[in-house]
Design a protein around this ligand. Structure first.
Ligand SMILES: Cc1cc2nc3c(=O)[nH]c(=O)nc-3n(C[C@H](O)[C@H](O)[C@H](O)COP(=O)(O)OP(=O)(O)OC[C@H]3O[C@@H](n4cnc5c(N)ncnc54)[C@H](O)[C@@H]3O)c2cc1C
Ligand code: FES
Length: 254
């Protein structure tokens, strides 16, 4: 993990609500793995705390994130221009590849909203080795980012794109019609969605891992502010930023 000041290569809208910010970093491009995140200091003095973002894509020496503008930090980020610099710290956390082995054949990706962020990079790494099916859920079509994904199935709450309903409704419907050989689930999105999908995965005997989100102050294991409760085992709590963000869901007390 390293702190760097890096130049912004581009900032563009992928939909009306979601921006992709790309910057140049040889170091991150060569070390980052899918599922890891970076901590960005978005302004020089304000806001003080870094903001965490999943790594969306790596292409040669370019690294990108995607984000929703929701508050102070992301508003500052959305005003950046090509050629300006940002202060990034990473790569942070564990990665989805540590959960990839010979125990499964089908990687089932499930994303809620901006939780799609790690799956493009993961698809790049897995598409030669595993069958992939990707379920994307969002409130409406402006929350759906499907570029670089494989075998995509979409659900929106308002029906503006794909299946009308939740991503879990779509998964249940799809699994009643299709057979997937030895599936393993990979989840990223709102905790409530991940809990429900994890219960479904357990019900069909599939392993399931999830990238957990929480408010992070330091993002590197120092402040102890990102504890998550475990379901038994040697430790009652673990740090999301350092020991996660990705956990086997059977080990989590949701
Ligand atoms: C490991 C990790 C990876 C992440 N990856 C991405 C990503 O790839 N793209 C992306 O858009 N976001 C991602 N997030 C969330 C992102 O960090 C927050 O959206 C961002 O910090 C908000 O900063 P802000 O200053 O704009 O909002 P703030 O001003 O801090 O907050 C504005 C409002 O949003 C709420 N809020 C803040 N953070 C979250 C959150 N995580 N979930 C729900 N509500 C929140 C606050 O409670 C407040 O009401 C990730 C978070 C984590 C922990
Ligand atoms: S955010 Fe500080 S220890 Fe995890």
């Amino acid at each position: 993990m390293k702190q760097e000041i890096v130049p912004i290569h581009s900032l563009e809208f992928l939909s009306k609500e979601i921006l992709e910010l790309t910057f140049i970093s040889e170091y991150l491009a060569s070390t980052a793995k899918p599922g890891q995140f970076i901590n960005i200091r978005v302004g020089d003095n304000f806001p003080l705390l870094r903001r965490p973002f999943s790594i969306f894509n790596v292409d040669e020496n370019r690294v990108s994130i995607v984000f929703n503008v929701i508050g102070t930090g992301t508003k500052v980020l959305a005003r950046k221009q090509k050629g300006e610099t940002i202060d990034v710290l990473g790569p942070c956390g564990n990665d989805f590849l540590s959960f990839v082995d010979d125990s499964f054949d089908t990687a089932v990706f499930v994303a809620g909203g901006i939780g799609v962020a790690p799956f493009r990079f993961l698809t790049k790494k897995l598409y030669n080795n595993k069958q992939i099916v990707t379920f994307l859920g969002g409130r409406h079509k402006e929350q759906i980012i499907a570029s670089g994904l494989q075998n995509i199935k979409i659900a929106t709450d308002d029906g503006s794109q794909g299946f009308k309903g939740t991503v879990l409704d779509l998964i249940k419907d799809d699994f009643s019609k299709n057979m997937y050989k030895r599936p393993r689930f990979f989840l990223c999105g709102p905790t409530r969605m991940m809990k429900a999908v994890s219960e479904f995965a357990t019900g069909i005997g599939a392993d399931c891992c999830a990238s957990m989100e929480c408010d992070m102050a330091c993002g590197i294991g120092l402040c102890q502010g990102c504890n998550i409760e475990m379901n038994g085992g040697d430790k009652k709590y673990r740090l999301v930023c350092k020991e996660g963000t990705i956990f086997e869901t059977k080990n989590l007390k949701f």
